[in-house]
Design a binder for this molecule. Structure first.
Ligand code: FEC
Length: 309
C-alpha cells in the first residue's frame, strides 16, 4: 500500500480537439447525441474563442500542478494529486483508477468550483465515491469552499482592479454583476444550497472590494426545454442600462478559469450586448493559479484529510 493520501482534483473537462466536440457534447447530454444544428452551434462557439483551442484543459492542468506544489510546500510527499474530469478524458473514474494503480487507500475529493449544488459538485462526488468504493479507496469530500477568506480576498482584488479600470474609462455609474452558471429551476425543490452560497460569496466579495452597488444574476443557461434559474445576465444588463448605469463589471464568481462560458458567453456575447446598449462592460480576471486560490484548495484538502483519516 501507498501511505500517500490521494487528492482527486475534479473539473468540468473540455474536448481535446475539434473532432472530439461531438463525443463531449454527447457525454454532457448523458448519452444523447446533439442534433447537427446543436453541434454546429457549439463548434462555432469554440472556434470563436481562441481559434479552436480549448483553454480549459491547460488551465486545469496548471491548477492541479499548482495545488500539488502548495500541498508539497507544507508537507512534502504527504499528498498526491490526480485529475478527474466530468465530461472528458481523464474521466473522474480514470483518476480514481490511477490512484488505485498506485496503491492509494485514502483520498480527498475536491472540485475546481467553489459552490455546492447536487447537480454540479454533488454529481462529481457521486461518481468519485462509486468508483472508489469499487476499488477499495476511502474518500473524504470537500463539498464547498465558497466563503474561504483567501478565496474571497483573491476575488475582491480582481473586482477592485476591474472597477478601477471602468472608473478610469469614465464609465460611471457602475453596477457590479456577480454571476454563476444557471441550473434548472427544479434545484429549488431539492433544498439545494447553491443559490444561498452564491449570494454569500457575492456579499463577502462586495464587502472586501468596497463595492456597494451590486446584484447577482445567472449566465450560460442550458439549451433545454425545462426552465432555468434567471434572470440571465443579458437581461440584467438591459435593465441596468435602462436604469442609467454606464458601466457594468462582470464578476463570474462561480467559475475559476478562463473557458467557453467566460470567453464566449461574457467576452463575446455579453460584450456585444453592451455595445448595443451603449454601456461599457468589463469582466474581472479569473482566478487561474492565483496563490490565494491554490492555498484555499490546499487548506480545504488538509482540513478534510485531518477530519477523516
Ligand atoms: O470550456 C469548456 O470547454 C467547457 C466550458 C463549461 C464549463 C461548464 C460549467 C458548468 N456547467 C454546469 C451545468 C451544466 C448543465 C448543462 C450544461 C451544458 C453545457 C454544454 C456545454 C457546457 N455546459 Fe456546463 N459548462 C461548460 C460547457 N452545463 C458546452 C452543452 C451546451 C449547452 O447546453 O450550452 C445542461 C446539460 C443537459 O443538457 O442536461 C446542467 C455547471 C457548471 C459550473 C460548475 C462546474 O464547473 O462544474 C453547474 C466550465
Amino acid at each position: 500500500a501507498n501511505g500517500k493520501i490521494g487528492v482527486l482534483v475534479m473539473s468540468y473537462g473540455t474536448p481535446e480537439s475539434m473532432d472530439g466536440i461531438e463525443e463531449y457534447y454527447t457525454h454532457i447530454r448523458r448519452g444523447h447525441a446533439p442534433t447537427p444544428e446543436q453541434l454546429a452551434g457549439l463548434t462555432e462557439r469554440y472556434e470563436a474563442i481562441v481559434g479552436g483551442v480549448f483553454p480549459l484543459r491547460e488551465n486545469t492542468n496548471r491548477q492541479v500542478a499548482g495545488l500539488q506544489a502548495a500541498l508539497d510546500a507544507a508537507a512534502p510527499g504527504q499528498f498526491g494529486c490526480y485529475q478527474g474530469l466530468k465530461h472528458a478524458r481523464p474521466y473522474i473514474e480514470d483518476g480514481v483508477a490511477a490512484m488505485a494503480a498506485d496503491g492509494i487507500k485514502q483520498a480527498v475529493a475536491i472540485v475546481l468550483a467553489p459552490h455546492y449544488s447536487t447537480m454540479s459538485v454533488g454529481s462529481y462526488m457521486k461518481r468519485a465515491k462509486e468508483k472508489a468504493e469499487e476499488l477499495g479507496i476511502a474518500v473524504a469530500e470537500v463539498e464547498s469552499y465558497h466563503a474561504h477568506p483567501k478565496l474571497i480576498e483573491a476575488l475582491a482584488t480582481r473586482v477592485k482592479t476591474a472597477y478601477a479600470a471602468l472608473e478610469a474609462a469614465g464609465a460611471q455609474p457602475i453596477k457590479t454583476l456577480f454571476s454563476a452558471h444557471s441550473l434548472p429551476v427544479k434545484i429549488r425543490e431539492m433544498n439545494d444550497p447553491y443559490e444561498q452560497q452564491l449570494l454569500e460569496s457575492s456579499a463577502l466579495v462586495a464587502e472586501g472590494a468596497g463595492v456597494t452597488d451590486w446584484a447577482f444574476t445567472w449566465q450560460s443557461a442550458g439549451r433545454t426545454r425545462e426552465p432555468w434559474l434567471g434572470p440571465d445576465i443579458l437581461e440584467t444588463m438591459k435593465e441596468t442600462a435602462e436604469a442609467g448605469y454606464k458601466g457594468v463589471l462582470a464578476a463570474p464568481i462561480g467559475f475559476v478559469s478562463e473557458h467557453l462560458e467566460v470567453l464566449y458567453d461574457l467576452d463575446i456575447e455579453a460584450q456585444a450586448e453592451a455595445g448595443k446598449l451603449g454601456i461599457k462592460l468589463k469582466r474581472m480576471d479569473m482566478l487561474g493559479t492565483d496563490p490565494l486560490y491554490m492555498e484555499t484548495l490546499a487548506d480545504s484538502v488538509r482540513d478534510a484529510a485531518r477530519a477523516a483519516f
